[in-house]
Design a protein around this ligand. Structure first.
Ligand SMILES: O=P(O)(O)OC[C@H]1O[C@](O)(CO)[C@@H](O)[C@@H]1O
Length: 555
């Protein structure tokens, strides 16, 4: 790892590293010494450390799954957050091996996205992996109901990954699933990739799990209890992240080379859910288009993960210019994509250590629950009445309607003026968030990236984007519980066509809108600045919104 840090940050990092060395932080992490964090229940959550050595998986059971998976064309993973993001990284970075199924990851209630996967597979032959630690998360429950019907209720092609005693375990037994893999309750979702939650889908797509642990071992030992802090990559990175956040550089901007790009989604959850609470923490910035040096404020820490063999002259030149301009830049070389397990360990250790520097419990997620409760309330009301509570927009065009969840002072009847006022509240050190409850397609991602670049360049602020409901189980924690510096635009749309959920009145499209409304309500309750733009059926869609934002920024 190479670091280029401005002087004040470099000094703070050195001082903290000396403290970490003197106070044996690495050892105390491995021992789960709660005094390293907040004297809460942290000791109950460090099962991910032995899991990184392969101690949590039953290799014989994995071998049996490998035999079962061989020959299937597709495998579909149904899960959220820690139960989906790690598997997605493995699928996108390492890919399925010849003779093994392609892994499709579904962590959504978006009707188009679900229908897209249903269409891409043959439901009568695909393997389904239902993955949820708690076994009671709403999205995998609804997805399970949908694919169970579609797959002809054939338990022989279903696999459950869940903590012992969960509701999902009971359902899997009742429906005679082919396998039930047990997780370790001492591991939180976002730290679970090197336990069965990453390894079961990994094995199903033909990855050599033993080889993955072997390739990870050197990082486990480098981050070990007895390694001096100076040579401990996890502690070193964690101290940099924590000190940077404490100094106001809390927008950790992830700039990976092409081959490692998918890791950003996993990192976002790890960093945001672990540190974003009590008004403090790190706001990860992923997939933001590269900007000119002057478009970045003094609230950034840039981390470049570089896969050997990747070359991107523009990125390299920009990183050099950023460091020369006094921005902090950390370079992490990754020798081969098969070493991805090392990065999981480095960042998990770093995140736990950053939690110690920031002074929070890196293993809880107190604010995620609030959005879940708000959504449940709305969905339950829908199930009772068969309709959603009506709302009145502040302003409407033929393309979209804009709602404010809070009693708002913003009331212009012109959408351009309203959006202008909304973005005008962005101050240095703030960030703009785009929370899109629409299909996570390449086309939608591209339009949102354009909007982000425009806002970033116009206001010199960091921008983040999340697709709902996926981000609710990830960065949503920091947006609600972290620093109150986000200015959010929630984006919803009329589903077309919608998709029914077997056994429920509320469709996937209904649930997705309730999730957006519940989340926006909680954001507003927490004093966050938030507007919701609802894209109308038959209107210009997300592109019409992009034009309206552009017009507002230029007004
Ligand atoms: O694996 P589960 O229990 O379904 O949880 C999924 C995700 O939901 C969260 O609890 C947040 O809602 C994450 O921490 C977790 O990874």
């Amino acid at each position: 790892m190479k670091t280029e840090l401005p002087e004040a940050l470099a000094r703070a990092v050195q001082t903290r590293l000396a403290q970490a060395d003197k106070e044996s932080w690495a050892r105390r992490l491995w021992e789960g010494d709660v005094t390293l964090w907040t004297n809460a229940d942290e000791a109950k959550w460090i099962g991910w450390l032995p899991a990184a050595e392969g101690k949590q998986v039953d290799f014989a059971q994995i071998a049996a799954l490998v035999e079962k998976a061989k020959g299937h064309k597709d495998a579909v993973l149904l899960g959220m957050g820690g139960s989906s993001l790690g598997p997605e990284v493995l699928a996108l970075i390492l890919g399925n091996q010849p003779g093994f199924p392609k892994l499709h990851v579904l962590d959504t209630t978006d009707p188009d996205q679900i229908a897209g996967v249903a269409k891409a597979i043959d439901p009568s032959e695909a393997l389904f992996i239902v993955s949820s630690k708690s076994g009671s998360t709403m999205e995998p429950e609804l997805l399970r109901a949908y694919f169970w019907e579609l797959a002809g209720k054939d338990g022989n092609r279903f696999v459950a990954v869940t903590d012992p005693g969960s509701k999902l375990e009971a359902a899997a037994k009742a429906d005679r699933y082919a396998f039930i893999f047990h997780g370790d309750p001492a591991i939180g979702g976002r730290y679970s990739v090197l336990s069965v939650f990453g390894m079961v889908p990994g094995a199903a797509m033909g990855l050599d799990i033993k080889a993955l642990y072997d390739a990870t071992a050197s990082m486990v030992s480098a981050c070990g209890a007895d390694t001096a802090v100076k040579g401990n990559p996890g502690v070193h990175l964690g101290v940099i992240m924590g000190e940077a956040a404490n100094a106001g550089r809390d927008k950790l901007t992830i700039l990976p080379s092409k081959g490692l790009e998918p890791i950003g989604a996993w990192l976002e959850q790890l960093l945001a859910e672990s540190t974003g609470k009590q008004g403090k923490g790190i706001v990860p910035v992923d997939l933001e288009p590269l900007g000119a040096v002057e478009s970045y404020g003094t609230d950034r820490l840039f981390v470049h993960l570089h896969l050997e063999g990747d070359s991107d002259a523009e990125l390299e030149a920009r990183l050099k210019a950023l460091a020369e301009a006094g921005q902090p830049v950390v370079h992490i070389p990754v020798a081969a994509k098969e070493d991805i397990g090392q990065e999981f360990v480095r960042w998990e250790v770093a995140t736990a250590i950053a939690g110690a520097v920031i002074g929070i419990n890196p293993f809880d997620q107190p604010d995620v629950e609030a959005a879940k409760v708000a959504t449940r309330k709305l969905v339950d009301a829908y199930e009772q009445s068969g309709s959603a509570e009506p709302e009145t927009p502040i302003v409407e065009t033929e393309d979209f309607a804009i709602f404010a969840p809070q009693a708002t002072a913003l009331s212009p009847s012109d959408p351009k003026q309203l959006l202008d006022l909304h973005f005008a509240s962005l101050q240095p050190g703030n960030y703009a968030g785009f929370l899109a409850y629409i299909e996570r397609s390449a086309a939608d991602e591209a339009v949102i990236a354009t909007i982000r670049a425009q806002v970033r360049d116009a206001k010199q602020v960091a921008t983040v984007a999340g697709f709902g409901p996926r981000f609710l189980h990830s960065t949503g924690q920091a947006y609600k519980g972290g620093p109150n510096s986000g200015v959010f635009l929630t984006i919803t749309r009329d589903p077309d066509p919608d998709l029914a959920v077997p056994g429920h009145k509320a469709s996937f499209g209904n649930v997705q809108i309730m999730q957006a409304r519940g989340d926006a309500d909680v954001l507003a309750e927490r004093g966050r600045r938030v507007l919701r733009v609802h894209l109308k059926k038959g209107g210009g869609g997300i592109k019409a919104l992009a034009s309206a934002v552009e017009a507002a920024l230029n007004s």
